[in-house]
Design a binder for this molecule. Structure first.
Ligand code: OSB
Ligand code: MG
Length: 371
């Protein structure tokens, strides 16, 4: 049965993170993004959240390109399509190259709407099984070792199942070595966000002494081949993040041996349908996966939680609790982490209510688009 797409509301939000988030590519504190509401005219509304940053330093997309794609291409395509299942959305978008984060934002809203119409949770609509998920935390580069150790101690207090530390040239092996000496038995991994090249191979080999769960995206954002060369030389498992935009990218990485682990981000791969395809490929080929994060507010966080209930998400993801990022979140209840676990909501759709007061407070403008 066709899902009626009667009206879309595009909201531009601006929310300030509690603390600036520092990576090898730059610092983020003000998070600009879109909330997309899709109405069926029968009393249901699906919610999506866009994840592209204001600057094109993680991928090529930005807040402005997201708006351009949504208004000038993606929404017009939906106006002329009949959507029977959310899987139809990515098919309808096939004529548009990449712009995966823009596609994912609106596809996510339609997945939520679909689940609500089916009176089932987004988790179950995706085929998820878990009632609770294990989560880790991603800690940005800190000004001092003292602050880093404190951040890790706070995270361990909350029970996060693994600690991810951002590294960059000049703030890497020595930092990790010191952290390891403070926390000999903690599950630790590092994320380089593409800051190294194969010329650094002898330097990167030193990671092997640190008993890390993995090193995430050490080499170029668009590389598959050099990661395979590096993986042959180091024992630390490589996890690819920036290099993966589709199940085809995962197949190439698998066949070349470029990594052992895949970080799935819904936005980077163009939506939940493609994320599920990647999950299924990895399950079949025994590659471990986990759900990455883009400093999302509550709606994006809820989508990540639902995705993580699929069985091959065997490693803790970056979906930390709302309070790790925000003074107040746009959903209610906020996402709470207890003993490193998040309880999966079983209400229809994303399973959280929208906190309209907070949503309106952070909305810079909104537009109603009649379909
Ligand atoms: O590389 O995973 C990344 C944040 C922004 C951009 C890229 C990355 C990250 C994170 C934080 O690591 C994940 C999160 O807590 O949402
Ligand atoms: Mg990463």
């Amino acid at each position: 049965m066709t899902i009626p797409l009667k009206k879309i509301v595009l909201r531009k939000l601006n929310m300030r993170l509690k603390d600036p988030f520092v990576t090898s590519f730059g610092t983020t504190q003000d998070k600009e993004f879109f909330v997309i509401e899709v109405y069926d005219g029968e009393g249901n509304c699906g919610y999506g959240e866009s994840v592209a940053f204001a600057q094109p330093w993680y991928t090529e997309e930005t807040v402005k390109t997201t708006q351009h794609m949504l208004e000038d291409f993606l929404i017009p395509i939906l106006r002329g399509s009949s959507v029977n299942h959310p899987d139809d959305v990515s098919k309808a978008f096939q004529s548009i190259r990449r712009n995966n984060m823009a596609k994912a934002a609106i596809e996510g809203a339609i997945w939520d709407l679909y689940a609500k119409r089916e009176n089932t949770s987004l988790s179950k609509a995706l085929g998820g099984e878990k009632q609770e998920i294990e989560v880790g935390i991603s800690i940005g580069i800190q000004p001092t070792m003292k602050e880093l150790i404190e951040r890790i101690e706070d995270a361990l207090q909350i029970g996060y199942k693994r600690i991810k530390l951002k590294i960059k040239p000049g703030a890497d092996i020595e930092v990790l070595r010191e952290v390891r000496s403070y926390f000999p038995n903690t599950a630790i991994m590092a994320d380089a966000n593409s800051a190294y090249s194969l010329e650094d191979i002898n330097h990167l080999k030193k990671l092997d002494d640190l008993n890390l769960m993995m090193i995430e995206q050490p080499l170029a954002h668009d590389d598959i081949i050099e990661h395979a060369k590096l993986q042959k030389e180091i024992n630390t498992p490589i996890c690819l993040d920036e290099s993966i935009h589709s199940v085809e990218d995962v197949r190439r990485a698998y066949e070349l041996g470029s990594c052992k682990i895949i970080n799935i981000k819904i936005g980077r791969v163009g939506g939940l349908t493609e994320a599920k395809r990647i999950h299924d490929f990895c399950q079949e080929h025994q590659m471990e996966v986990w759900c990455g994060g883009m400093l999302e507010a509550g709606i994006g966080r809820a989508h990540n939680i639902a995705l993580t209930t699929l069985p091959q998400f065997v490693l803790p993801g970056d979906t930390a609790g709302s309070g790790n990022y925000w003074e107040k979140d746009i959903i209610t209840p906020e996402v709470i982490v207890k003993k490193g676990m998040i309880e999966v909501p079983n209400k229809p759709g994303i399973g959280y209510e929208i906190n309209e007061k907070v949503l309106n407070e952070f909305t810079e403008w909104k537009k109603e688009i009649t379909m």
